[in-house]
Design a protein around this ligand. Structure first.
Ligand code: ATP
Length: 711
């Protein structure tokens, strides 16, 4: 037993809570027209999720709520509850009883309750689909709709058949997969778009961070080169300074030596000059010579006079002075004075003046006419001898002095020669000294350059903000090596300057953006994987559906033929799948494809279903519905006056089929047909009381017959 009970509270004419207990495989509900029997069918349809108000004979939800009557008040809500036996676990729920309920309020609020929990319609559909109670509700045949399956389009018919085969579940799964696929595809597009939007920024950041890393590399390289430069430059300067010192040393020594030489020579020259000037300044000899010369002259004059006197002694006895003699004496005196005036020595002047006095005395005597004292011949001769001796002495002295004078001249010349030679040496030394000084200046210049280089290096170190200890490296091999390094440093500095201005946060942002992109990439990969798996699932579902449908359809077809023959006492009927036609765009017209029915009623030549009589349509439909229910039995089948159009003979056959079917599923039949009632194990009579409430009562078959006929 699948269906245990049905409870109606406030649903349509069931204003009072009414419970149908389905204790028999076949339950018949009987009652007069308008008593509310069809409302029971609608209640079942509704509680199972029916969405079409039309098929519930209403316009809005409110129409389903007991509306009251002249004698009774209307209600605020309607509720229908269906209890299934789930001890076999046909429903995928861990409950022995599955209770499905639906409520509607006057404000239109509608809710589904599954075992006490409010659920979504989707959940109800999902659960029912498992047992073949789908939304097409082929298992609930409403009044006058027995041949609905014949009127239906091939597509709708296929849907009903699929549902009856329990394939609705697969369809729902497929739809769910489709929905998920669409959702996932949208996500793929969205994530893809996000990645595409992110891409230029990421690219920019990658470039920036690459620059930044290059910047770091440049910095490292620059630091290494700068340190190398400093250490090598330092070593080179030290080496050059050492070289300068070594180069300077011999020149310094040479300079010292030369300066010493020059100073010694200068000293010597000074001494020689002094000596020379000493020789030069000695006028004594000259003066002596002049003096002696004078003396010689005077002696000669005296001698002359003596000799003259000696001569006169012989011729002129008495001393008369002739004018010639007087003038000669005066001339001698004038000459003497002239000579004296040349002298500058006081001593000479003094002795000269004495001589002048003698001369003047002699002249005075001459003027007085006095005779010169006769000295006598022998005195004169003696005087002459003395004078001669004196003259010889003077001559000797003069000669000695002249010799001495000659010696001094020779000495002076030799000193002068020596002086010239030494001066020549000094010039040579000075010349040499000048070239040494030139060399030293060159060295000094070089030292100056080293000094500048040191200062430059110090500036460089300061500019480069190099800290830490600086090592002394190898010397530069040559200037070219140094210049190459300097140029490399310059180039790196320019590069760094050009690359400057990169924000340090770029790296962080790049990492974040990259992570985000990688995350999106993974997400995209996951989504694509999901798409593939959903597509796989859909393919699989399609395969399963096709397989199950083809197999199921074949079985239903066999059963349909068998029931058809049974109902018509012969003839043929079959179901066949038709492929959807393709429209102009090559797309399949889904409404066109599906399942077609062909019937061959015995003794009649029918070309179309439309040509069947009402009864024949009912028989065909019943044969098909029963075949569908027999192959994949739903938990129950509700038939609302499906037998209305059947004649007695056919009613009998219908009853037999009901019997046969009841072995597979539960049947709830609303009927006025006594033959049908005979096949029911339980019977409910429905009546409507004066207050407009439908009421039910359990009946015995006999009562039911009565009930049905008496209304
Ligand atoms: P028949 O044998 O002629 O098919 P039936 O027993 O199937 O009749 P129903 O069609 O189920 O009868 O019942 C219709 C009755 O339900 C009507 O009398 C109608 O007034 C009543 N009904 C329908 N909707 C409501 C409602 N909202 N409130 C009260 N009564 C309602």
């Amino acid at each position: 037993m699948q269906l245990k009970s049905l409870t109606l509270s406030g649903f349509k004419s069931f204003g009072k809570t009414t419970i149908f207990e389905f204790s028999s495989p076949v339950t018949a509900i009987v009652g007069p027209n308008g008593s509310g029997k069809s409302n029971v069918v609608e209640a079942i349809r509704w509680v199972l999720g029916e969405q079409s108000m039309k098929s519930l004979r209403g316009k809005k939800g409110e129409d389903l709520i007991f509306n009251g009557s002249e004698l009774s008040a209307r209600l605020g809500r309607a509720e229908v509850k269906l209890v299934f036996d789930n001890s076999q676990r046909r429903f995928p729920l861990e409950f022995d009883d599955v209770v499905v309920a639906r409520r509607v309020m006057r404000d239109g609020t509608n809710e589904y309750v599954l075992n006490g929990s409010v659920v979504r319609l989707k959940d109800i559909y999902g659960m029912l689909a498992v047992v073949g109670l789908g939304s097409t509700q082929h298992h609930i045949i409403s009044q006058g709709e027995v041949d609905r399956i014949l009127w239906a389009s091939p597509r709708e018919r296929q849907e009903m058949i699929e549902e009856s085969l329990g394939l609705k579940e697969y369809h729902l799964k497929k739809r769910e997969a489709e929905r998920k696929l669409a959702e996932t595809a949208a996500n793929v597009r969205q994530v893809d778009l996000q990645r595409k939007e992110l891409a230029p920024h990421l690219k920019y950041l990658a470039l920036q961070s690459e620059k930044m890393r290059a910047h770091e590399d440049f910095k490292k390289e620059l630091d290494e080169k700068v340190r190398r430069y400093i250490s090598c430059e330092h070593a080179t300067i030290i080496a050059l300074e050492q070289m300068d010192r070594e180069e300077e040393k011999p020149f310094l020594e040479k300079r010292k030596e030369l300066e010493h030489e020059i100073s010694v020579l200068t000293h010597e020259i000074h001494a020689a000059e002094k000596t020379y000037s000493g020789v030069h300044m000695n006028k004594e000899i000259n003066e002596k010579l002049v003096d002696l010369d004078e003396k010689q002259k005077n002696l000669n004059r005296e001698l002359g006079r003596v000799e003259g006197a000696l001569l006169t002694e012989g011729n002129n006895e008495v001393g008369t002075v002739s004018p010639a003699e007087f003038l000669r004496e005066l001339g001698d005196a004038i000459l003497f004075v002239d000579g004296l005036m040349q002298k500058d020595s006081f001593e000479s002047l003094k002795s000269g003046l004495k001589d002048i006095k003698v001369m003047l005395e002699s002249l005075r005597k001459l003027c007085r006419g006095e005779k010169r004292a006769k000295e006598g011949d022998s005195g004169l001769r003696e005087k002459k001898r003395v004078l001669g001796e004196q003259l010889r002495e003077i001559e000797k002295k003069i000669n000695d002095l002249r010799e001495q004078q000659q010696e001094e001249t020779t000495k002076r010349e030799s000193i002068l020669g020596e002086l010239r030679e030494q001066e020549h040496h000094i010039r040579e030394y000075e010349h040499e000294l000048e070239s040494v000084r030139e060399k030293l200046r060159e060295v000094e210049f070089a030292k100056e350059k080293r000094h500048e280089r040191r200062a430059e290096l110090a500036n460089f170190i300061r500019d480069m903000r190099i800290d830490g200890e600086q090592k002394t490296g190898n010397v530069f091999r040559d200037d070219a090596e140094r210049h190459t390094l300097v140029r490399a440093i310059e180039r790196l500095r320019i590069k760094l300057e050009e690359a400057g201005g990169i924000d340090g946060s770029v790296l962080k942002e790049f990492d974040e953006t990259k992570n985000r992109d990688e995350f999106l990439e993974r997400e995209l990969e996951d989504l694509r994987k999901a798409v593939r798996s959903l597509e796989g699932l859909m393919k699989e579902l399609d395969g399963t559906l096709k397989e199950k449908f083809v197999g199921g359809l074949r079985k239903i077809n066999e059963q349909f033929q068998s029931y058809f023959k049974q109902m018509f006492g012969g003839g043929k009927a079959s179901l066949y799948a038709v492929k959807p036609e393709k429209n102009e765009d090559g797309e399949e017209d889904n409404t066109a494809g599906g399942v077609e029915i062909s019937v061959d009623v015995p003794r009649k030549r029918l070309r179309s279903l439309d040509m069947l009589s009402g009864g024949e349509r009912a028989l065909t439909s019943v044969a098909l519905l029963f075949a569908m229910s027999a192959i994949h039995p739903p938990p129950f089948l509700v038939l609302d006056e499906t037998d209305a159009a059947l004649d007695e003979a056919n009613s009998g056959r219908y009853g037999d089929l009901v019997d046969e079917l009841s072995r597979k599923l539960q049947l709830v039949i609303i009927t006025h047909n006594r033959q049908t009632m005979e096949h029911a194990g339980a019977l409910f009579g429905v009546t409507m009381d004066s207050a407009g409430f439908s009421r039910i009562l359990s009946l015995k078959f006999e009562e039911a017959k009565e009930y049905a006929s008496t209304e």
